[in-house]
Design a protein around this ligand. Structure first.
Ligand code: IPM
Ligand code: MG
Length: 361
């Protein structure tokens, strides 16, 4: 089992170190190799995704990823920005299916800005298409810009597009996920989010998802405009089960959904290709404002490692061990600053990682 470890920027290095620590005590044999990515790679090699890093990722069964980005790179020409590293990995590895669960941990109900009754027991799964849409539309690469901006230009544009096979494959992923969840007691509903009232691309999206839905008679399918979905997520989040949407809407809605739980520092994510090779990263970003302080929450990354074991490395038992250990440290009252509340014990990034290791038993 070969794992590429790409910590990246900001808090990335601190949180990934804790996840690696947890992986090392599972008693499994991993071949882990670390490489630079994002701003760290730009600083060292002049490119956010150096050839060697990409090759390492492509040759691995899974990538454990931290986060990329820092304000200090805002002036760079777009292809050199740290964010291009994650986009390049997604595109080159064909990681089209992005799983972003939003789960409310019972011990953390109070950390949400929503009323406890709205989010207690919340367990929704956002499935975001990750290699198409306006993110990878036509004008990419044809633009002439200096330092990421367009001095004197009169307009700028991006194009939104989806092909039928791209929509079909992500729709299948969503329906399959809903089937699995239904077997585990969930409702068995897919909500497809679009903007079919305005955008041709998303009328097409809606039609194709409906077609695929006919193959899954046991799963309920509904369609929702993205603006309404943004509203419903804060009004009645528990009405959702699996949400499937395009790259850009998924980017926005998954941030919103993650914060419902009060703790973006808790939420893992998985990005998979058709061979189940995957990239696993916390749902949060590089948080440069708290980098290097040893206070970041490593649990999202540790839980991402659990997802990696489950989805790409076929180690379900080990995944469950990690998840149980995380529940245990929460029950012990251990909290990093982002989820701290009165009556709990504040711990550092490293102390949290150590506690998970101990809780593995
Ligand atoms: C995410 C991030 C990325 C995205 C950025 C860093 C390119 O916001 O993974 O959600 O927009 O996809
Ligand atoms: Mg995002």
């Amino acid at each position: 089992m070969k794992i590429a470890v790409l910590p990246g920027d900001g808090i990335g290095t601190e949180i990934v170190a804790e996840a690696v620590k947890v992986l090392k005590v599972l008693g499994l044999k991993f071949d882990m190799e670390t490489a630079l990515v994002g701003g760290a790679a730009y600083d060292a090699h002049g490119h956010p995704l150096p050839e060697a890093t990409l090759k390492l990722a492509m040759d691995s069964d899974a990538v454990l990823f931290g986060a990329v980005g820092d304000w200090k790179y805002d002036k760079l020409d777009r292809p050199l920005r740290p964010e291009q590293a994650i986009l390049g990995l997604r595109k080159n590895m064909g990681l089209f299916a992005n799983f972003r669960p939003a789960i409310c941990y019972e011990q953390l109900v109070g950390a949400s800005s929503l009323k406890p009754e709205l989010i207690s027991g919340l367990d929704i799964l956002i499935i975001r298409e990750l290699t198409g849409d306006i993110y990878f539309g036509q004008p990419r690469g044809r633009r002439v810009a200096t330092d990421g901006h367009f001095p004197g230009a009169e307009e700028a544009f991006d194009t939104m597009r989806y092909s039928k096979p791209e929509i079909e494959r992500i729709a299948h992923v969503a329906f399959q996920a809903a089937l699995k969840r239904k077997a585990a007691g969930k409702e068995g509903r897919v909500t497809s989010v679009d903007k079919a009232n305005v955008l041709e691309t998303f009328q097409f999206w809606k039609d194709v998802v409906s077609e695929v839905g006919k193959e899954y008679p046991d799963i309920a399918l509904d369609h929702m405009y993205v603006d309404n979905a943004a509203m419903q997520l804060v009004k009645e989040p528990k009405r959702f089960d699996v949400v499937v949407t395009g790259n850009m809407f998924g980017d926005i809605l998954s941030d919103e959904a993650s914060m419902l739980t009060g703790s973006i520092g808790m939420l893992p994510s998985a990005s998979l290709n058709s061979k189940n090779q995957g990239l696993f990263e916390p749902s949060h970003g590089s948080a440069p404002d708290i980098a290097g302080k040893g206070i970041a929450n490593p649990l999202a990354t540790i839980l991402s490692a659990a997802m990696m074991l489950r989805f790409s490395l076929n180690q379900e038992a080990a995944a469950q061990r990690i998840e149980a250990a995380v529940q245990k440290v929460l029950a012990q009252g251990l909290r990093t600053g982002d989820i701290f509340s009165a009556g709990t014990t504040k711990v550092s990034t490293r102390e949290m990682g150590d506690a998970v290791v101990k809780a593995l038993g």
